[in-house]
Design a protein around this ligand. Sequence first.
Ligand SMILES: [Zn+2]
Length: 407
Amino acid sequence: MELTLLGTGAPGGLPRPDCPCAVCAAVARGRSHTRAATALLVDGTLLLDLTPGPAFAAARAGKSLHGVRQVLLSHPHDGPALEIPAGLPAPVRVSERQELALISGHRVRAVALDSPGTGYQVTGPAGECVLYLPPGAAPAGLEEGRDEAGTSYPYDMVLLDVLGRPDALAKLRGVGSVGPATDVLAVHIDHDVPSGPELHRRLAAAGAHTEPDGTTLVVGDYADLPEVPRRTLVLGGARSGKSVEAERRLESFPGVVYVATGGSRDGDAEWAARVTAHKERRPPSWRTQETCDLVPLLEESGPPLLVDCLALWLTDAMDRAGAWDDDRWRINGSRMVEERVGQLVEAVRRTRRTVVAVSNEVGSGVVPGTSSGRRFRDELGRLNTVFAAECEHVLLVTAGIAQPLRG
Ligand SMILES: [Zn+2]
């Protein structure tokens, strides 16, 4: 099956007309690709959604709409009436679970969603299977191991609003509809994510990619699938947005284990409020585990781990070693902390799980007034360095902006 992306943007296109935002302005100035409303041409015979000037968009992509036998819409279109070129069949929306057989040998099945609109599952004459979802949509009622249409999982390719609905991708992964060999393509790209390298970086973290308008893809051509980094360290100062960045990196994966290294801290109301705020932000399918015992978690196999954060883990390691006291530090505290850090780093090196760890970037600010404070700062700097050395990907977050230091 050959798929031509006549558009890859949100329904309003990118840049949005007359939008003063920084993303739209950058796209308008030619800093990155302009994107028309998402529409797909399948094997020159089936058109999924309409983009402005579809015949021209097809011509620019080296294709023609003359062979189109069916035009299907996936979502209600507001704004000006759609322009339908002469000779194109009238667009229709198929109702939930209805199935169509095209003369070209393609089969189309409407997929129920949790939002107004219809998803389409398209099976090619050779059996390849693609899922296309409208903007802001996730499939409704997926069950593990089978889908409502009885298709053999996983899909060869899925096209969806990866950035707007990362939970939809998590859901598809959770039931096995998206596997390691599924090509995940982000469409309906809007102005809420910086375009250019940041867009590609965020999509790569979700195991997805985006292509410019006019690209033609062959379904089942797995050559360029992005590889999700196994180990990521996210560094940042206090309230820099580092935890949000770490969570964002895993939000398209199901069943993530959130490892809170801060413990429960009985009686500390401010701490409890922070923990609650973090919990509320996280997807409901995630599980929280409060522990500083990271080595067994890294050694087990299982869903991705999000460790928040290494500074609190080090606080615990220093507590256990009595390292806040100058004499105890000299006698054996220093050695105990070094050993514990060594065991952690070894486990990170050997882990087969996807791990995203958060740590505080310290040392560039005020020099702590106590010797134990300076000791903590130094030890955390060392821990960050040896941890980062084992990670494929290291990010520094400042004012909510993540800059890749490695990867
Ligand atoms: Zn905008």
